[in-house]
Design a protein around this ligand. Structure first.
Ligand code: NI
Length: 201
C-alpha cells in the first residue's frame, strides 16, 4: 500500500537493494504463496530488499510477491489511527478480524504498489490482527486500527493471491483502471528502481 507520511523508524532490516515492482497480472500475484520454512540470512536479505523497495516506492507495506518472490512474507511500516508507526516483518501470516458487534467497516481509500497511481474506496473491518512468525522463526503478533488495520489486511491478502481489485465492484475497478492508466507515465516498467529522493520531492 502507498503511504501518506515520511516517518521511518528503523524496525526493518536495512541495507537492502531496491527491486523492480511486480504488477497485477503476473501469475505470482494471483495465487497463494509458499510458506516460509527456512529462516536464514537469505530470508533476511529478501526482507531487507522488500523494505528498501517499499520505502523507495513510498509505501506502507509490501509482500514478497510484489518483487516476484513466491514466499508468504510481508514487511510493513504504517501508522495506526493515532498516527503511531508500527513496523515489522511477518512470515506465514494468519489474519484475525472482529466479528459480530465488534465488526465495523471502514470505507477508506486504498491503493496498491503493484497497481500504482490509483486509489479507490474499499470497505474493510476497522480493526485487524495478524499472527505469524518473524525472521528468526519466533511468533509475532501485530494488531491495530486506522491505516494499519487496512495494511495488515491488504498485505495478508497478497499472500493468498488476492489483490484489492478483487474486493471492489466492477464500477470501482473501472475507475481504478482509469486512474492507473492516467498515472502510468510516472511509473515506468523499472519503477521504483530509478526513484531518487530528488524525484520524490
Ligand atoms: Ni498491494
Amino acid at each position: 500500500m502507498p503511504s501518506e507520511t515520511e516517518t521511518r523508524p528503523p524496525a526493518l532490516p536495512a541495507g537492502g537493494r531496491v527491486r523492480v515492482m511486480t504488477r497485477w497480472g503476473a501469475p505470482v500475484m494471483h495465487r497463494p504463496q509458499q510458506q516460509v520454512t527456512v529462516f536464514d540470512d537469505e530470508l533476511r536479505e529478501l526482507a531487507a530488499d522488500m523494505a528498501a523497495t517499499m520505502y523507495a516506492a513510498d509505501g506502507v507495506g509490501l509482500a514478497a510477491c510484489q518483487i516476484g518472490v513466491d514466499l508468504a512474507m510481508f514487511v510493513f511500516d504504517c501508522p495506526d489511527a493515532a498516527g503511531e508507526h508500527v513496523a515489522g516483518v511477518v512470515c506465514n501470516p494468519v489474519l484475525v478480524l472482529p466479528e459480530g458487534k465488534d465488526r465495523h467497516l471502514d470505507d477508506g481509500e486504498e491503493g496498491c504498489l503493484s497497481f500504482p497511481g490509483a486509489f479507490v474506496n474499499c470497505a474493510r473491518p476497522d480493526q485487524a490482527e495478524v499472527t505469524g512468525v518473524g525472521l528468526d522463526g519466533e511468533p509475532v503478533r501485530y494488531a491495530g486500527d486506522g491505516l494499519l488495520a487496512r495494511c495488515l489486511q491488504h498485505e495478508t491478502d497478497h499472500l493468498y493471491g488476492t489483490v484489492f481489485g478483487d474486493r471492489i465492484s466492477a464500477k470501482a475497478r473501472k475507475r481504478l483502471q482509469k486512474a492507473h492508466d492516467k498515472a502510468s507515465p510516472d511509473y515506468p516498467a523499472d519503477w521504483p528502481t530509478g526513484v531518487t529522493e530528488s524525484r520524490r520531492t
